[in-house]
Write a protein that binds this ligand. Sequence first.
Ligand code: NAD
Ligand code: TYD
Length: 362
Amino acid sequence: MPKNLLVTGGAGFIGSNFVRLVLATDPQVRIINLDKLTYAGSMANLQNLPDESRHNFVHGDICDRELVRSLFQQHLIDSVAHFAAESHVDRSIADPESFIRTNVMGTFTLLEAAREAWLKNKSVSLEQARFHHVSTDEVFGSLSPTDPAFSETTPYSPRSPYSASKASSDHLVRAYHHTYGLPVTLSNCSNNYGPYQFPEKLIPLIILNALNGKPLPVYGDGQQIRDWLYVEDHCSAIWQVLTRGANGETYNIGGGNQPPNLEIVHTLCDILDELHPASPYRPHRSLITFVADRPGHDRRYDMDIRKIDHDLGWRPQENLASGLLKTVRWYLDNAAWIESIRQGSDLTGWMEKNYANREKKA
Ligand code: NAD
Ligand code: TYD
């Protein structure tokens, strides 16, 4: 089991949920949480942790070689859960450079530090050491309606700067395992949703815009398909892989939920109609606005999760109906969090930049 766990990107959406889960699950582990606090990271995501005394936050960049090396030394890091990344496809289209820097160079920097600490300096035993890399289903590209789901052996075919940078980092992690013998695991996961998701991503964006009577932007025809997974299920899967996964192996993680985007938006509108009967914007579906599609928009993702189910006994606990209801309730109950995210990030500027020039479809 991990003793001194370096979590990168632990102030972001999935990383902060993971920090919460680990502190609540394992009373022995100590977390060193390295996060640059970009627009997507916030200390507001780390309020009221289950045990603050075992959580050490370090404000810094995974590309900072000296900092990363010193953390491995100072804290005798034996395990890494690597979440830190630029994560939004639309931003990668507008500004790819930061994706290459953080996702590729940042992962390289962490791998080098782990190699030095574990293989050269032998700071911890190799049986104890594990580098877990968190990746995405987007590295596999896009499926047609009849294609089988992505498996762990599906060839990579990334199609956006985001997915290309993640694919690149996955290859580096595997290369460090095969070339140097670094103990690693990888997981590729589908779209997450749930508490603490930055409100530029589809589900929180729709909830917040609907609450404020703003248009609900649906790209293209809204028939693109994602395999939605509740974030706590993703975090429990990562914990299983980190603690029980086989060295060098990759595990696909997914939710088995594949409705088209438009159906997700309809469901959110219906939940809000019910939870907010006095809203002046009912029916919230009337706010739906079809806008110009994302360039190169992947049509369909679907994850085959038989390996993680068979090998580690993991499968999602939340279904889409219960997960979306919980998520809407969380955003309704957390107005102070929304306000602090709005004030502490470039959300307003991004919304103007991303949506201003999306011509309305005829
Ligand atoms: P996020 O954008 O919400 O959080 C990313 C975090 O990384 C932020 O806290 C940010 O401050 C930090 N960060 C960014 N650049 C950094 C740097 N150079 N140094 C240190 N910290 C830095 O992302 P997320 O949605 O929580 O995703 C986490 C990971 O999971 C990513 O690797 C992503 O590719 C992967 N993933 C996400 C999803 C999803 O649906 N969100 C699905 C599958 C995989
Ligand atoms: P997003 O949450 O950005 O995640 P990803 O691009 O990683 O899948 O988008 C999820 C889906 O929703 C994707 O098919 C794009 C679509 N989408 C919209 O239709 N409108 C929007 O305003 C956004 C942000 C996304």
